[in-house]
Write a protein that binds this ligand. Structure first.
Ligand SMILES: C=C/C=C(\O)C(=O)O
Length: 258
């Protein structure tokens, strides 16, 4: 393995293990070297699986222009979701479990079939999806101060942290572009958005993921959870915060930071 890929992977893994964030890893690579960044991500995801963690699906990040502006990045990415990162609806996140948590509300999908091959369009994804769920993603950065470039966040498993899924409903003919999201922190609305804010359509975001992963030889599989990306701006979380999101036509989901 390239020494710089190993060095970046090790710095991020150590930050996750110790809870002490590390400096950005981008300086180890040529400007915008996305291939190297995904190689770093792969090293740590592979090590996690070898260590017994189970992948439950994927997250898509950076699909919303508002979030792209907040974080200073300009294209979507993806990361792995793990079974031990799922928190139950209305669950509690223990203090200290994350380094620098931020919360976003998203549309989650559960797939009914594998999606091998490229060229998937939103209508293909609709046929492959069984359930849609309201979700909160608690993103986190192993990089100090969220000082991230696109290379940093990709290397850091797309800044994945924890996720919370609400009750599944059948997707049917629901137009995900039109769903409206409202997220509150401690009873105050702090983020709003529409399905259309997620790359134009959460199903288009999922098609992007399916095509990208198939091209990499690791397609999305039946049963996978797909977090399609934030519908509105991300919001910082501190201990004591209660977050609730409602997505029209889909339902609600909440989590408490203990
Ligand atoms: C840094 C992470 C961003 C996302 O997860 C998102 O935009 O959905």
């Amino acid at each position: 393995m390239n020494a710089d890929i190993a060095k970046a992977a090790n710095a991020l893994a150590e930050a996750a293990r110790t809870g002490i964030a590390c400096p950005p890893v981008r300086s180890l690579f040529a400007d915008g070297d996305v291939t190297a960044a995904y190689a770093v991500q792969r090293v740590n995801v592979t090590a996690a699986v070898a260590g017994g963690r189970r992948i439950t699906g994927r997250k898509i990040g950076l699909t919303n222009p508002a979030v792209q502006r907040q974080l200073g990045v300009d294209q979507p990415d993806f990361g792995a979701l793990f079974a031990d990162a799922e928190v139950g609806d209305r669950g509690v996140i223990a203090p200290g479990r994350l380094l620098q948590p931020k919360v976003e509300a998203e549309v989650a999908l559960i797939l009914d079939r594998d999606l091998p091959g490229t060229g998937h369009r939103p209508e293909d994804i609709r046929r492959a999806v069984r359930y849609v769920l309201p979700a909160l993603e608690i993103v986190d950065s192993r990089i100090a101060g969220w000082d991230i470039s696109f290379v940093d966040t990709v290397a850091d498993n797309a800044s994945a942290g924890l996720y919370v899924l609400g009750t599944p409903v059948l997707l049917g003919d629901l137009d995900l572009r039109a769903v409206a999201m409202s997220m509150s922190r401690n009873g105050q609305e702090v983020s709003t958005g529409l399905g259309a804010n997620c790359l134009g359509d959460p199903l288009l975001a999922a098609a992007w993921l399916a095509n990208t992963l198939a091209a990499l030889g690791d397609p999305v599989r039946a049963g996978d959870v797909v977090l399609t990306g934030a519908l509105g701006p991300v919001v910082n979380a501190v201990p004591g915060d209660q977050f609730t999101a409602e997505i029209s036509g889909i339902g609600g989901v909440s989590v408490h930071f203990g």
